[in-house]
Write a protein that binds this ligand. Structure first.
Ligand code: SAH
Ligand code: SF4
Ligand code: F3S
Length: 434
């Protein structure tokens, strides 16, 4: 059968879609890029905010004409929204298959059961053990490969749906992860990004995340190792030492802060204070000078006042993040916040706060980028710059995009680029001798 697979949400979902390709392949299913010719449409979904749900419903609406036209047509909703909403998704007339993140092994069987019939099937229960460790993902070509080192999350931040859609936290074994990294290096990948909802709680018997990342960085052929995300509450010193000491581990930490007011941090159950976070940032910068720091932030969490917001803005100015993802709070079904705290910050106040923070971030990013003018930075080439003919683009260690005139080198090569010009999110320069 011809299968069309579309992916929304985070890198974990990208990774899962690569697993899904591998699960389908032995059953003779062929991936197509054209939805019109597909007999099976699978949508791997995200549930993190309401607009993620809205996007999927919009997508399902677009499939209505195909559904009418075709006799044999399966539309499957996979991923976090499937796990979160379960049977409720059958209310949409095109959906006849619902499969949660721990049930992908059943996909071939479920597709066979539904195709050409008017049946509906759902499999969405969470497992405490499933890590798909024995399945090698079918990756799209590129420089970077995602590697999930763990699944699930046990943190239960009160705003977050992930513990309910992804279930309990479980780690893959170091040996299993390293053998995946070795085979990636053999296939020509130059960078791996280790993925987990909270990589700091990675455990394999006595070993922790710092042990794992050091070993991954030593795999011959792998030149850059990245990871996302660590939780500020249990940031281990050995991990900082590993990043500081190993040239292959990128000098970049994504450290989601979520809020800058202690009262809000407490309601969010983040389990650190503003002061502890600032102390951690200070320690990181002391041990790894020049490191890039990025963050995630939520505005308009229930009961957030202008004073709370000002504390967040203040923390923001103190930390001077290289960049940030800023979100408006979105109430999620089943979360602790949805049960305990009414979503009482008006939408226009959320909008006002997000705009102010984005402006602030843009100014800081621009200032930080300006400081790079005149410096030569190591850039790993991703490929052609889509919007600038004759140019290539790549990433610095800090994960900032750099655009420069085309070199003789291809994706995966590292070149030295002297920075001449910047915007708040891109650097422009020319290749120089190393
Ligand atoms: N495990 C990661 C977060 C994954 S979700 C971590 O803890 O670092 C990515 C980001 O989405 C979060 O950091 C948070 O800022 C945002 N987010 C999660 N739930 C949200 C909600 N209900 N409303 C708005 N933003 C949310
Ligand atoms: Fe969600 Fe918190 Fe887990 Fe991140 S650590 S996935 S924000 S519950
Ligand atoms: Fe990722 Fe969205 Fe699920 S952020 S873990 S796909 S809810």
């Amino acid at each position: 059968m011809k299968v069309y697979l579309e992916t929304y949400g985070c890198q974990m979902n990208e990774y899962d879609s690569e697993l899904i390709r591998s699960i389908l392949a032995p059953h003779g299913h062929e991936i197509t890029m054209a939805v019109e010719e597909a007999e099976v449409v699978l949508i791997n979904t995200c549930a993190i905010r309401e607009n993620a749900h809205r996007k999927i419903y919009g997508r399902l609406d677009m499939l209505r004409p195909l559904k009418k036209e075709k006799e044999r047509f399966v539309v499957g909703v996979l991923g976090c929204m499937a796990q979160n909403l379960k049977e409720e998704l059958f209310d949409h007339p095109v959906v006849n298959l619902i499969v949660g993140p721990d049930s992908y092994r059943s996909l071939p069987k479920l597709i066979d059961e539904v195709i050409g019939t008017d049946r509906q099937e759902i499999e969405a229960y969470l497992s405490e053990y499933e890590t798909y460790s024995d399945i090698a993902p079918t990756r799209v070509e590129g420089v970077n490969a995602w590697v999930a080192i763990m699944r699930g999350c046990d943190n239960f931040c009160t705003f977050c749906v992930v513990p309910y859609t992804r279930g309990r936290e479980r780690s893959r074994s170091i040996e299993n992860i390293l053998s995946e990294v070795r085979s990636l290096a053999e296939k020509g990948y130059r960078q791996v990004t280790l993925l987990g909802q909270n990589v700091n709680s990675y455990r394999d018997e006595g070993a922790g995340f710092a042990d794992l990342i050091l070993k991954a960085a030593d795999v011959p052929g792998i030149e850059r190792v990245r990871f996302t995300s660590p939780h500020p509450k249990d940031f281990p010193r050995p991990l900082l030492e590993a990043i500081a000491s190993h040239p292959n581990i990128c000098k970049h930490i994504h450290l989601p802060v979520q809020a800058g007011s202690d009262r809000i941090l407490d309601l969010m159950a983040r389990t650190y204070t503003r002061k502890e976070y600032l102390r951690l940032v200070e320690e990181i910068r002391r041990l790894i000078p020049g490191i890039a720091l990025t963050t995630d932030l939520i505005v308009g969490f229930p009961t957030e006042t202008e004073d709370d917001f000002q504390e967040t803005a203040g923390l923001y100015k103190d930390c001077r993040f290289d960049s940030a993802y800023i979100f408006k709070y979105s109430e999620r079904k089943g979360t602790i916040a949805s049960r305990k705290y009414p979503d009482d910050v008006p939408p226009e106040v959320k909008t006002d706060r997000i705009v102010r923070l984005i402006d602030l971030q843009r100014a800081i990013s621009l200032e930080k980028n300006r400081a790079k003018i005149g410096r030569a930075l190591e850039v790993m080439i991703d490929g052609e710059a889509e919007r600038r003919p004759g140019h290539q683009m790549g990433k610095t260690e800090g994960n900032t995009t750099v655009v420069f005139p085309r070199t003789a080198f291809g994706p995966g090569a590292t070149v030295s680029v002297q920075i001449d010009d910047v915007s708040s999110n891109t650097l422009y320069g020319r290749p120089v001798e190393r």
